[in-house]
Design a protein around this ligand. Structure first.
Ligand code: FMN
Length: 233
């Protein structure tokens, strides 16, 4: 749609009050260790990335949140869109027993064997004890750096939400998504993330929309200068 054609929509916008603001973000399957050393695996999508850090927005009463706060680590498994069935089999499950009241109300059930239910394959991380999900094309081992309580000034939400700041320790990827000839780069034409938008699943449309001005910046420039590859000779 051209900008001129959008003008009518701009004039007719309306104010709304949606209960959720899930505008569409990639799904992450967080692998963590329970206090008896068994594995937990939980879908979430309020995650964003900057530098070598990831911020996770989580409910305080999730088993995953407790596990990360206690152990200080997890694995961020990124499912591709073809793993949507595995993700959906984990939906409305929790590793918490008993199920917290709020989750009972929304139809959640306790599930001790999350990997069994999802039919994904666990493998302990190299640097962390938390589990990788081997079918996910990206598996990121990470350590907790900070826990930030959210909405503390809000009497309704106080204590219910937490933002966890994680530092990336090691990244495992399937060779099928690596850029040809450049071992340290993901090829965005090959990586097919699973997107959750307003509780529904989507994939990306095939191909690029247009040329990207941002994409003119070499990826290596995002490394600190001390870690950039030096020109030969
Ligand atoms: C696709 C998807 C995305 C989700 N995104 C989030 C999220 O961003 N944050 C969150 O706290 N819960 C999210 N959930 C709900 C959690 O999966 C749910 O709280 C679950 O019970 C957590 O498991 P646990 O209690 O075993 O840790 C999402 C669920 C699905 C299926």
């Amino acid at each position: 749609m051209t900008l001129a054609a959008r003008k009518d929509f701009r004039l007719s916008s309306q104010i709304i009050d949606p209960a959720i603001l899930y505008f569409g973000t990639p799904v992450v399957l967080i692998g963590s260790c329970n206090d008896d050393d068994s594995f937990n695996l939980a879908p979430m999508s309020s995650a964003w990335w900057v530098g070598q850090r990831c911020m996770l927005g989580l409910a305080s009463n999730s088993k995953t949140t407790g596990n990360i706060l206690r152990s200080g680590e997890c694995v961020l498994n990124l499912p591709s869109s073809d793993l949507v069935g595995a993700v959906d089999r984990l939906a409305r499950t929790t590793g918490s027993d008993p199920v917290p009241q709020g989750k009972l109300h929304r139809g959640y059930r306790f599930e001790a064997d999350k990997f069994g239910v999802s039919r994904l394959t666990p493998q302990k991380g190299d640097a962390v004890a938390a589990p990788r999900a081997l079918e996910c094309p990206v598996q990121i081992e990470a350590r907790l750096m900070q826990a930030h309580p959210m909405a503390e000034e809000d009497v309704v939400w106080r204590g219910h939400l937490v933002a966890l700041e994680l530092s990336v320790v090691r990244i495992h990827v399937h060779p099928s998504i690596v850029m040809e000839g450049q071992d340290d780069r993901i090829d965005p034409d090959k990586w097919r993330p699973l997107i959750m938008s307003f509780q529904q699943y989507y994939g990306l449309a095939l191909g690029r929309l247009q040329h990207s001005v941002l994409g003119e910046i070499p990826e290596a420039y995002y490394r600190p200068p001390s870690r950039r590859p030096q020109p030969a000779g």
